[in-house]
Design a protein around this ligand. Structure first.
Ligand code: HEC
Length: 123
């Protein structure tokens, strides 16, 4: 009885660890993938070639302070969530026609998911 309870507890603890670990791995992988965005996008709130992506998840598209957005991006008309970000990073011109981000798109769905996990961690 005690042995069984011990094994069950150990298994539960292990699976909780694995879940937490997978998430941390996604964020770490996303941080690496962010290297291809970092030349234009800061993570500290300061605008550069592109708007800062600090706090981008949940923020209205085209509203980051201090950045002159294109009319297309200002008119997107929605807050960024995981689904919208995924579509935009996959194919910026398809998702927001006429926006001026000079980036062709990222085909790899796993890398996009990792990137979004990383963006969500930038509060
Ligand atoms: C060569 C510069 C450049 C690169 C590289 C780049 N971006 Fe951008 N990004 C921009 C510019 C410029 C805009 C503003 C577009 C507009 O106003 O139409 C933008 C806009 C955005 C927005 C909208 C932000 C907001 O506040 O509405 C997101 C999200 C974004 N980029 C994500 C990314 C990600 C993720 C990557 C890397 C995979 C990336 N960008 C790579 C220049 C870049």
């Amino acid at each position: 009885m005690n042995a069984i309870r011990l094994v069950t507890t150990a298994a539960a603890a292990l699976s909780a660890l694995c879940t937490a670990g997978a998430h941390a791995q996604d964020v770490a992988a996303g941080r690496q993938a962010y290297a291809q965005c970092a030349a234009c996008h800061s993570i500290d709130g300061s605008p550069g070639v592109g708007p800062s992506l600090k706090g981008v998840v949940g923020r209205e598209a085209g509203s980051a302070p201090g950045f002159r957005f294109s009319r297309a991006m200002k008119g997107a008309g929605y807050p960024w969530d995981a689904r919208k970000l995924d579509a935009y990073i996959a194919n910026p011109q398809n998702a927001v026609p006429g926006n001026v981000m000079p980036y062709a798109g990222l085909d790899d769905a796993k890398q996009r998911a990792d990137l979004i996990a990383y963006l969500a961690s930038l509060k």
